[in-house]
Design a protein around this ligand. Structure first.
Ligand code: GLU
Length: 454
């Protein structure tokens, strides 16, 4: 027996699970020493533990879910523009390969470490499970600050990293995609490096590529769009008309900028946004199309500043999360909503565009409020969903229209939203626990059905 709602066994194939499982006596999941210094990994483990407290998971399966299947650390020496050599540390973690190839982004950020990447890979497993995609969870990262690297340096770093992790990636093994600090161009370099290695053009090695190289139309916008499909459902349930709602978006990258545009186009007044350099507000509503135009027209190397945008006033980025609004979209880093600012939140809905923006301690506080949480593993799953469409199209060598992509994305997001919401209501669970449970239970069931080798 693998997983079932507590007290309701679904199968007697292996008899009752033994050794401290179920709501009572769930084994304490302590992190492997490799990850014990990572607060982000501990957070992911705590979430898994919470699921195991609500749903029966066979203890051996739970133990396997608590550790990544594979993790590779590589050093990537590259020649810098000034002529000297620098060595960057890179990671690729495959949390699970049970449901298909590992799937997940590649992140360039100074704080990247093994624990963070392992946690992000675990979240990808649950995310793919919630969306019912035939993938396991993976994530990669290079500890670097992409803003200080030239285009040439970023290209050499990406190509070197691809070579170094080449032993564990492949279209049927591990398929990367953009994440924080990486983009379509990064994916094009990975595709080219991998294709040169195997000797033929292999677009299905990555998703989130430029459309000319087999990328999927609508992939870049997919995460932000998916966030807003979920927000619309939540507002419907709360009986709030979008035209009477306001939104605050933290992070104005690929996810935040598209989410802001999609909210704006539905009549939601976006009153404040921020990025790593600052924050702006306009209580009458920011002109989001003009802001997106302003940001995209500035040359990327000049680091366009939100705060120079006319028609808004600069504000304190630290106050953004606790501003009064209907919808708060954290779309930047992990752990930005913690036990200190959680009691001060003044929103009605939190739509987690980022991965892991809310700590478990903050969750406990939010659970006592009437805030409707759309958790990350559901809310930002639009990206990996369209990545799946891209991978399928590349393998079959055919192309979908943007209309079909958006229609299928909406269909899958709404289906998963309804599944998660249904479980949360039926079992009186917080939305995060319900969402994680759907993902964890799917992976656990598959592990159980495949059995243990040898
Ligand atoms: N990096 C994105 C995420 O965290 C997308 C992953 C993918 O498309 O594989 O979901």
């Amino acid at each position: 027996m693998a997983v079932s709602p507590a007290g309701a066994p679904v199968s007697a194939r292996e008899g009752p699970a033994s050794g401290g499982v179920g709501p009572k006596g769930v084994p304490d999941l302590s992190p492997d020493p490799l990850f014990e210094h990572s607060v982000v990994f501990q957070m992911a483990l705590r979430q898994l533990q919470t699921v195991a407290e609500h749903f029966e998971i066979e203890s051996g399966v739970l133990e396997r879910l608590s550790k990544p299947k594979r993790a590779l650390i590589v050093s990537c020496p590259i020649r810098m523009d000034k002529g000297h050599t620098e060595n960057f540390i890179g990671f690729r973690v495959q949390h699970s390969l049970t449901s298909g190839p590992a799937k997940g982004g590649l992140r360039f950020h100074p704080n990247v470490d093994l624990g963070e990447v392992a946690a992000l890979a675990m979240w990808m497993s649950w995310k793919c499970g919630i969306m019912n995609l035939p993938f396991g969870g993976g994530k990669g990262g290079i500890a670097c600050d992409p803003a200080t690297l030239s285009r040439g340096e970023r290209e050499r770093l990406t190509r070197r990293y691809t070579e170094e992790v080449g032993v564990i990636i492949g279209p049927r093994q591990d398929v990367m995609a953009p994440d924080m600090g990486t983009d379509e161009q990064t994916m094009a370099w990975i595709m080219d490096t991998y294709s040169a290695r195997v000797g033929y053009a292999c677009p299905e090695i990555v998703t989130g590529k430029p459309v000319e190289l087999g990328g999927c139309v609508g992939r870049r916008e997919a995460t932000g769009r998916g966030v807003v499909y979920c927000v619309v459902e939540a507002l419907k349930e709360l009986k709030i008309a979008p035209e009477s709602a306001t939104a605050v978006v933290q992070g104005f990258g690929n996810v935040g900028s598209v989410a802001a545009a999609e909210l704006h186009s539905r009549g939601v007044k976006v009153i404040a946004v921020s990025d790593r350099y600052g924050a702006i507000r306009n209580d009458k509503g920011l002109d989001i199309p003009a802001l997106n135009k302003y940001m995209s027209e500035a040359p990327p190397e000049s680091h366009p500043m939100l705060t120079n945008f006319p028609g808004a006033e600069a504000c304190d980025p630290n106050e953004l999360l606790t501003m009064k609004c209907t919808v708060l979209v954290p779309a930047a880093l992990e752990r930005v909503i913690d036990e200190k600012n959680a009691p001060k939140l003044q929103c009605r809905v939190i739509a987690e565009g980022a991965n892991g923006p809310t700590t478990p301690d903050a969750d406990k506080i939010i659970e006592r409020s009437d805030i409707f949480v759309i958790p990350d593993v559901l809310c930002n799953a639009g990206g990996v969903t369209v990545s799946y469409f891209e991978w399928v199209q590349d393998i079959q060598q055919l192309m979908w229209s943007e209309e079909l992509v958006n229609q299928k994305l909406r269909e899958l997001m709404l289906r998963s939203f309804a599944t998660v919401r249904g479980l949360a209501v039926d079992r009186k669970l917080p939305m995060r626990v319900a969402a994680l449970s759907v993902g964890v239970k799917k992976v656990a069931l598959e592990k159980d059905r495949r059995g243990l080798f040898p």
